[in-house]
Ligand binder design. Sequence first.
Ligand code: PMV
Length: 332
Amino acid sequence: MKVTVKANANIALTKYWGKKDAALKTPWNSSTSVTLDGLETTTTVEFDKKYKKDEFVLDGKEFGPETDEFKEVKEQLDIIRGKAKIKDNAKVVSNNNFPTAAGFASSASGLAALTFAASKAAGLNLSTKELSIISRMGSGSASRSLIDGFAIWHRGSAKDGSDSFAEQIAPKEHWPEFRILGCVISKNAKKIKSRAGMAQSVKTSPIFEQWYTNAEKDAQAMVKLIKEKKFEELGKLAQSNCILMHACAMTTQPPVIYWAPGTLEVMHKVLEMQDEGMKCYFTMDGGPQVKIICLASDVPKIKAALKEIEYVHEVIECKPGLGPRVVKENLF
Ligand code: PMV
């Protein structure tokens, strides 16, 4: 059976940076996010005996078995094949409608779409919790892209990782005027992948313990702020949590620095607007792009301010988005 799924990226409002158990891929701390409409991966999967080997095409480019991208996909397919007790090879074709691997969480939407599509194509009917756990094995943040609206990925404490999954804090309808403005600073793929960067941070950052202890408190506080729709407090918390994550990354050996000159320029602009009383806050993941957290009514003013910054190539406006869904149009 051929199945096509669309899944959306998410932006962490409080971040995940560091695995506690490398095999189970469980994190040191819980993290929270909002799923983003508009930043979407579409993936078609088919298992069939006619395929002599697994095949993976992303944005029109075929990735061979020696590439990291192919290995990531194969790992997920193997988990699904194991659960479904099938041996067939698969063809996977995937398209992103936003820059791949440059800090727009393409791994999150990609792995979520792949896991969901592959499980359906293999004849499985898994729960959101099970899908979230399997997605976590491919990319931590993907566990949160299984959720419509606002999500928390629990760090969990079970020895087998079975309680480390994402669940909904509130659906997207809870806060329709919530906005994320994704500022595209660079379309180049990042040099240090999150997976490698955070593994080094766990080993070498002198502030790692401080980071994850704080981040756990932040995640729990964020749940409450989302439920109570306390926008200003939420923005401030997201911003400070992001700075601490990047401080942890920067104090890693060798240093993991995702910020580009344009990143800093937008950060300063956001701080300037805050000083003028505007309620907008920045957050960045593993790349140079800045995501501005704001409310719909302030979007025109913020966009006008961003127009003055040469480094900003594009601004992508996102509302809270849907979880993954099966669609009819196949990619092959
Ligand atoms: O999903 P991963 O394993 O590539 O890690 C993502 C880490 C950050 O995006 C930097 C933070 C987060 O919580 O999404």
